[in-house]
Design a protein around this ligand. Structure first.
Ligand code: FPP
Length: 243
């Protein structure tokens, strides 16, 4: 049966996850330091969040800093941490007033106390919002998340709260950082690399992927809309054969 284009738009992704790659190359192409690219990238986050309600996107998850990113130079790591602090301070009011609920996923242990306080206060300031759920992955790695979840699960078994024979596919997700979120429908990676780089490993088992050449600081709401339409035009079968 031919697809009704209107239905296709409605069938757009409810949860979009983005690997925001290419900030460094964008800056280098302009003869500027890599942090210049990260600042430009942070401005794009706002544009993309603002576009979500109009596109029917209820959940947006962005990869801001991976467990592997600590290997970058001390200058870049410190610059990114400072950018996150400043971003939270600057954006809290707008996010809170615009109905955005913000959550952070990832391991907080290596983050500095000031940043953790700011993350907590942003989560608290937006906790009653429900228009768009923005999740920021910060010191996040998919394998690290599964390892931390398994540790918690093992503790519940050891302390008698969970029986090993009751562990199934529904159990582990309840221990993941993303336990309150649906799985992503669409994962986008910018800047031409076709890798998932340890992002949402468990959660993206059935996600659609879009690998696009645009560098993250050049990504626009119009491009997001195009990718959402592509998604709406595809059938997801989850391994089944549709009639
Ligand atoms: C990857 O580009 C990007 C990052 C490691 C940082 C992402 C951070 C932001 C977009 C800034 C702020 C985000 C929030 C939520 C405030 P890259 O440095 O790997 O680029 P390259 O591949 O060109 O070197």
């Amino acid at each position: 049966m031919p697809k009704d284009p209107h239905t296709d738009v409605q069938a757009g992704p409810k949860h979009v996850a983005i690997i925001m790659d290419g900030n460094g190359r964008w800056a280098q192409a302009r003869g500027r330091p890599r942090l210049f690219g990260h600042h430009a990238g942070a401005r794009r986050v706002r544009e993309v969040v603002e576009a979500c309600p109009g596109l029917g996107i209820k959940y947006l998850t962005v990869f801001a800093f991976s467990t592997e990113n600590w290997k970058r130079t001390q200058v870049e790591v410190a610059g990114l941490m400072s950018l996150f602090r400043r971003y939270i301070i600057k954006e809290t009011r707008t996010l809170a007033e615009n109905g955005i609920r913000v959550r952070f996923i990832g391991d907080r242990v290596r983050l500095d106390a000031k940043l953790i306080d700011l993350m907590d206060s942003l989560e608290e300031a937006t906790k009653d919002n429900d228009l768009v759920h923005l999740t920021v992955a910060l010191n996040y790695g998919g394998r690290d998340e599964v390892a931390r979840a398994t540790k918690r699960l093992a503790r519940d078994v050891a302390e008698g709260r969970l029986k090993p024979e009751d562990v199934d596919e529904e159990t582990l997700p309840k221990y993941l950082d993303t336990r309150v979120l649906p799985d992503p429908d669409l994962v986008i990676r910018t800047s031409g690399e076709a890798r998932i780089s340890n992002f949402l490993l468990w959660q993206s088992a059935y996600s659609e992927y879009e690998f696009i050449d645009t560098l993250w600081p050049d990504f626009t709401a119009a491009e997001l809309e195009r990718l959402c339409r592509n998604y709406g035009a595809r059938e997801r079968r989850f391994g089944a054969v549709l009639a």
